[in-house]
Design a protein around this ligand. Structure first.
Ligand SMILES: C[S@@+](CC[C@H](N)C(=O)[O-])C[C@H]1O[C@@H](n2cnc3c(N)ncnc32)[C@H](O)[C@@H]1O
Length: 294
């Protein structure tokens, strides 16, 4: 369950894949980081630049031209919102552990107080690469030391038992914030239901889930059609039905939780005084939810 030698070997495959003309789902993590690095004041991610590399920048540029140029800001604001909400809940709600499902190359461990414990979960090749690079940057004094447990799993396979044991041993009875952002789009409803059931098992009263997803009406926009074309060229999935959208009602009806906040790109732009540049049709408007366990 921890980062295996096999995963470390896959690390070199990861570098090779980034060189190809085909974008794997897990490689989207590089592109997301590249977006967060473009406006550090907005994203609050002072370390995203570390993940920049020529291939990721080429992917990011192509994505901005072919899908939506607003995507740098949507990703910056998503990071900023969750960063601020995690900080707020550390103070108000005594959160001590952040569990990030599909963490990619997000840098929350280094943007939060050093007392926070982190469990970062993603595909084995991603966590192996992240662990390797973070250790390298810590040795070079580019990053401070943090308490991070990396776990490599695939949410589309059998993974719960081992993951639960790891989380139990790291978290114990401490209060936790579970984050899942930029991931549900790539999963199906059954996998999503199964993850939320797992969250319920992990969490106790007062604990928080932060989740990001798109709503059904996104599929009518020009931005989404462009996204499908882009993914059609670059990723194996090509149909609208290959990508999951989630209505508000899904979050309102999750048993054992109450919906305590709901934002989207437009509301966050107001909160953080960000000027929107594109028409609504050309924006991939993401919705952000905070749920609290009752
Ligand atoms: C667009 S990135 C987002 C990364 C990060 N959450 C962020 O916001 O920067 C999507 C991430 O989800 C992970 N992911 C997608 N499908 C997954 C699966 N079936 N199992 C584990 N991780 C998955 C990918 O590996 C990737 O790191």
């Amino acid at each position: 369950m921890y980062v295996s030698q096999q995963a470390v070997n896959n690390n070199s495959n990861l570098k090779n894949m980034l060189g190809s003309d085909h974008l794997e789902i897990h490689e989207t993590a590089f592109v997301t980081s590249a977006f967060r690095a473009t406006d550090v004041n907005l994203s609050g991610d002072h370390f995203a630049y570390l993940w920049n590399n020529p291939k990721a920048e080429k992917w990011a540029e192509e994505y901005l031209t072919k899908v939506s140029s607003e995507e740098t800001f949507t990703h910056c604001l998503r990071n900023r919102y969750f960063l601020d909400k995690i900080k707020e809940n550390i103070i108000k709600n005594g959160i001590e552990v952040l569990i990030n499902f599909g963490a990619g190359f997000s840098m929350y461990p280094f943007l939060l107080d050093q007392k926070i414990i982190h469990i970062e979960i993603d595909k084995p090749e991603i966590v192996a690469h992240k662990k390797y690079k973070i250790e390298q940057w810590q040795n070079e004094d580019l990053l401070p030391k943090r308490n991070i447990q990396f776990v490599g799993v695939d949410f589309s396979k059998e993974f719960k038992e081992g993951l639960l044991a790891t989380i139990d041993s790291v978290k114990g009875k401490k209060k936790c914030f579970i984050l899942i952002e930029g991931v549900l789009f790539f999963l199906d409803r059954e996998e999503t239901d199964s993850l939320f059931q797992l969250f319920n098992l992990i969490q106790d009263t007062g604990d928080i889930i932060g989740s990001a997803s798109f709503q059904d009406n996104l599929k009518q926009t020009l931005a989404f059609k462009r996204l499908l074309n882009f993914f059609g060229e670059k990723v194996s999935k090509t149909k609208a039905s290959d990508y999951q959208t989630i209505q508000d009602s899904y979050y309102r009806e999750i048993s054992g939780y109450s919906l305590v906040d709901h934002q989207d790109y437009f509301s966050l732009s107001k909160t953080y005084s960000h000027e929107i540049l594109q028409d609504r049709e050309l924006i991939l408007n993401e919705n952000f939810y905070l749920l609290q366990k009752i």
